[in-house]
Write a new protein. Sequence first.
Length: 138
Amino acid sequence: MTVLGLARVGALVCSAGWGWAAAQTPDALQSGSPDRGKALLLQRQDSGCALCHQVPGLPAGGALGPSLVGLAERSTKAQARERIADARRFNPQTIMPAYFSTEGLNKVANPYKGQTILTAQGLEDILSYLFLPSKATP
């Protein structure tokens, strides 16, 4: 992970407010690309998913968060979208960053103010990979 990528994820995690305001849940812009989604999941510097989660297609991953292998067996795409967008809606004390919300953040560095970690399209791409039929079962 690059220093800049780590700083982005760390700044958002550390600056999250405990109160939750309405999350922005993105609507699909276009159908997601599984190839782009896999690339995003495996890029530790941008999404950081593999730091905490076991990711399908990656031999080693994090063990802090739940495994993303077989996610489609445990969740709908809409539920996963909401959790990735802003997990604070479900657990206000989570350490998972809000990937598509800037609500409740404070002391965010100027270059990152108002920016989400993922774009709406990036989120759809990740979901399209995680919900591929071949990734639905471990």
